[in-house]
Design a protein around this ligand. Structure first.
Ligand code: KG4
Ligand code: ZN
Length: 333
């Protein structure tokens, strides 16, 4: 069984061919250079770039793999959440392929894609806890089975990746800020005291906008080295993520932990969560770096799970900017 995966929810255009045996091929085109001058993703530019690039990317994928597109069994695509006009491009493209070859359409939730990115490399036993850390989300879910997601808590304001990008902008670094701060932090010391918002709060909710404001005030003083600010900011972020995750593990009693999304590429987070998993005796699953940031393989992988359960979408299905994961799971099972 082979599926074509389609991902256009934000600033990566990505297509993948994926079978039950694994990845056949993938193409990912990042729009980072287009958005860099603005320090963040410009929705209209994103949609235009997807429209410009999606067919040339399909041609590249087919020539790289030598695969005959008419031989796919179904099309997997991101239906939600994301920038609506960017989603529209991917959904219209997925429908065109499905219509042309008379193949089923299988909708995937973007966060579900991130979570199931780990299944590309291994299998995880249910139930497991999933921490999704990306540019748009910072959420903790209890995953009881495919499609059965229980939301435990998440950020009440900025997503953690978003705060990385904003702090990078404050420091005059490039975009996306996450990888740049990650690298810079390795050369600095976490010597500056920064808040750990909502750490005293018993819930699994988090908040990162206060941390960004604290960095803004630090930058204004002009008396700190950028690398020390980066190291201190990163330590504060990982402290919060670590503590909230520990609480969720204790609360749910799970033995398996999945950490996924763009920020799961972060070196300090990966190291600290490895220690956490040893301490708490849970098995940790973090995808390889190429599966952390947005990609179509993860969409294809989650699509494979849904298709095996016999769930497909009609050809008039419409993207939505923000269906919560737990609601989507109930709708499409
Ligand atoms: O999952 P993703 O590709 O897109 C969304 O679904 O949002 O995540 C992108 C986010 C960006 O905010 C980027 O700065 C962040 O992931 N990111 C990182 C690292 N690599 C990417 N954040 C921290 N450390 C990294 N190494
Ligand atoms: Zn993402």
């Amino acid at each position: 069984m082979v599926t074509l995966g389609v991902e256009t929810s934000c600033d990566e255009t990505s297509l993948a061919l994926y079978s039950e045996e694994g990845v056949i091929g993938q193409v990912v085109l990042s729009q980072a250079q287009v958005h860099a001058p603005f320090g963040g993703v410009v929705p209209e530019l994103s949609a235009r770039e997807h429209t410009r690039n999606i067919i040339p990317l399909l041609e590249r994928l087919l020539s790289q793999t030598g695969f005959d597109l008419s031989k796919i069994d179904f099309v997997s695509f991101t239906l939600t959440p994301g920038l609506i006009m960017s989603l529209v491009v991917g959904v219209a493209f997925a429908k065109a392929v499905a219509f042309l070859y008379n193949k089923p359409l299988v909708p995937v939730h973007h966060l579900e894609g991130h979570i199931y990115s780990v299944f590309v490399e291994t299998k995880v036993d249910y139930p497991f806890l999933a921490l999704v850390v990306s540019g748009g989300h910072t959420d903790l879910y209890l995953v009881e089975d495919f499609g059965k997601y229980i939301f435990l808590g998440g950020t009440l304001d900025d997503a953690v990746g978003e705060s990385y990008d904003k702090v990078a902008r404050l420091l005059g670094l490039g975009y996306p800020g996450g990888p740049i701060i990650d690298k810079l932090a390795r050369t600095g010391e976490p010597i500056i005291s920064l808040p750990r918002p909502m750490l005293d709060d018993e819930s699994f909710n988090m908040s990162f906008s206060g941390l960004k404001t604290a960095v803004k005030n630090l930058v204004k003083t002009g008396s700190y080295r950028k690398e020390d600010i980066a190291a201190s900011f990163q330590k504060a972020v990982v402290d919060v993520l670590e503590e909230k995750t520990k609480r969720a593990i204790r609360h749910t009693g799970v033995k398996n932990l999945v950490v996924a999304g763009g920020v799961s590429a972060n070196s300090e987070l990966r190291e600290r969560f490895r220690k956490l998993s040893e301490e708490m005796k849970v098995k940790l699953y973090i995808p390889s770096l190429y599966l952390c940031t947005d990609n179509a393989v993860m969409i294809a992988r989650a699509g494979m799970e849904r298709y095996k359960r016999g769930v497909v979408a009609p050809l008039d299905v419409n993207p939505e900017p923000n269906i919560p994961l737990e609601v989507f799971g109930r709708q499409w099972t």
